[in-house]
Write a protein of this length. Structure first.
Length: 226
């Protein structure tokens, strides 16, 4: 166990409930929270703004190396500052989701971002969420959770999330986008390590509300002796 506590790695596909679960678990345990997907999103966003292609590995790696991140928990949500600029809302758009998934395929980008994530979690007492936090980032994490949910449920969640931000969206289109991203993300993760980690505990969140998901992960953390 690190100085601040254990490392909890929560991985899973888009819309499986990772972000809310991880944020709430961190707050219940008094741990740090790290949304690793926000880093890939921030990079995608930066490239789009510079007019660079997310498919250009050299440009993406060069931009990644120069990014600074500042994550601030505020009122139950998280504010994301990228190079000092508030990108909280901007990194959630569909265009940025697509760019994030594209930059994430580049090994040079992953090396840079994984190293940053490892630095932030060095002392433990942290909940990380993403795709590879229990494999590439912290293969020795004391607790690894793999969240899953069926695709229709994940599309409904994304739909509600977008509506709550005032963005109209079509459920079938969202379902298609999720399937497409799943396929690309799965291929990326298979290349960068086993997925999920063989010692991860799978929790199916289809039909579970957020309180139940959080309670389950906190219970698993307590079983690790914290
Ligand atoms: O979890 P998310 O939807 O915010 O992640 C955005 C993209 O980044 C997604 O396409 C997968 C990718 N990602 C990744 O490859 N590795 C991570 N640890 C986190 C996210």
């Amino acid at each position: 166990m690190g100085k601040r506590g254990i490392v909890i790695a929560i991985d899973g596909p888009a819309g499986s409930g990772k972000s809310t679960t991880a944020r709430c678990v961190a707050s219940r345990l008094g741990y740090l929270y790290l949304d690793t997907g926000a880093m890939y999103r921030a990079l995608g966003w930066s490239l789009i703004r510079k007019g660079l292609s997310p498919d250009d590995e050299a440009a993406a790696a060069g931009t990644a190396a120069a990014l600074t991140f500042d994550f601030r928990l505020e009122g139950g949500g998280q504010r994301v500052l990228v190079n000092g600029e508030d990108a909280t809302g901007a990194i959630r758009s569909s265009e940025v989701s697509d760019a994030a998934s594209r930059v994430a395929v580049h090994p040079a980008v992953r090396n840079i971002l994984v190293a940053r994530q490892q630095e932030l979690g060095l002392e433990g007492g942290i909940v990380l969420e993403g795709r590879d936090t229990g494999t590439a980032v912290f293969p020795k994490a004391e607790l690894k959770v793999f969240l899953v949910a069926d695709v229709a449920e994940r599309a409904r969640r994304r739909h509600r999330e977008l509506l709550s931000c005032g963005v109209a969206a079509d459920l079938d289109v969202l379902m298609g986008q999720i399937r497409e991203r799943d396929a690309r993300d799965k291929a990326t993760q298979r290349r960068s390590g086993s997925w999920p980690a063989s010692d991860a505990i799978t929790v199916d969140t289809t039909g579970l509300n957020i309180d139940a998901q959080v309670a389950r992960v906190v219970e698993l953390a307590r079983e690790c002796g914290i």
